[in-house]
Design a protein around this ligand. Sequence first.
Ligand code: DI6
Ligand code: FE
Length: 398
Amino acid sequence: MAILLTDAMLATMTDGYGLIKDGVVAMDDRLLWAGPAAELPAHYADLPRHSTQGRLVTPALIDCHSHIVFGGHRAAEFEMRLNGASYEDVARAGGGILSTVTATRAASEADLLVQALARADQIIAGGAATIEIKSGYGLTIEDELKMLRVARAVGRARPVHVVTTHLAAHAIPPEYKGRADAYIDAVVLPSLRAAHAEGLVDAVDAFCEGIAFSPAQVERIFLEAQSLGMPVKLHAEQLSDLKGAILAARFNALSADHLEYLGPDGVAAMAKAGSVAVILPGAFYTLRETQMPPIAALRAADVAMALATDCNPGSSPITSLTLTMNMACTLFRMTPLEALQGTTTHAARALGLDDRGQIAPGLRADLAIWDATHPAELSYRIGATPLHARIFGGHLDA
Ligand code: DI6
Ligand code: FE
């Protein structure tokens, strides 16, 4: 059923903010028309109307990098770090990612779903209609598939579109300690093939880092992804510059993510490949990182920047995209326009989706209606949840 959303301050994000005052949107499950009320085509004039009463309307937000399926939490590790241990110290002592692996392996699919839904509900309540969810805390074939099934189940249980990413190359499990290549052969590649065969996975990711996988090891995984026809992305240059982004660019990666230690050569390679830079200020903040991602260089090279929560129990226990936008502005000097592009248009690109992220005819009717009148307010407020209502596939949330 088609409806009209009226009396809106539209931020279409088609040209900068693409602001339209006294805007109207006609939609069914797709957007049909958007523009000023005075120009509404006569054939839409009789549709049922829903007034936003002057509120800001944007494309629904997109969280293009999350790890919301996991067991347990890591508050104790948070406390250890505040008592002086570094993130890498904790990881090498068998804590960190591996403690979440233990809890995730022990949890049933049903338990994991309950926990993931609680996190998804917060991201949705913050205005999102698309969430990317990674595996990477199972690290056995069965447990990686279990995580991906739970991720898909989130999308069936809630009015949200879930995009899944295989991340078995997130950490080396204790049973393969010191034998990363054996782990790749025995678990990463077979779980990727199985997940692909079951239709459980949309893209392939890895953690390229001293405490995880080397570029040569990541390349083996990317070659498998390529032979399956799957797009790749990479956790790159988060803690050091291993030239992961350059490797990712060689495989035409959708994105390279984190990027605090990205150098000029990495920026150039990403620009050439058209890979999106996914900036994750929640992890920077949580780890009290001091090396800033090269925002000015990315901007100068015209690399599209996206923003995401990276919601995970260790380095980024955050479920607010608007707080993420605020951090990107205040910590990284991204502009509020870049921040909103980062959670809409550029986030869509980072997921390889061309049917969302702007308000334009033909795109999905996924919108956010805000208790705000200007888009900069979304980045300016700290820790608020200014969502008034959300439209998912043309339906106003109850
Ligand atoms: N980088 C991160 O920040 C997260 N994963 C990754 O590759 C951390 C995940 C965790 O600590 O549980
Ligand atoms: Fe991550």
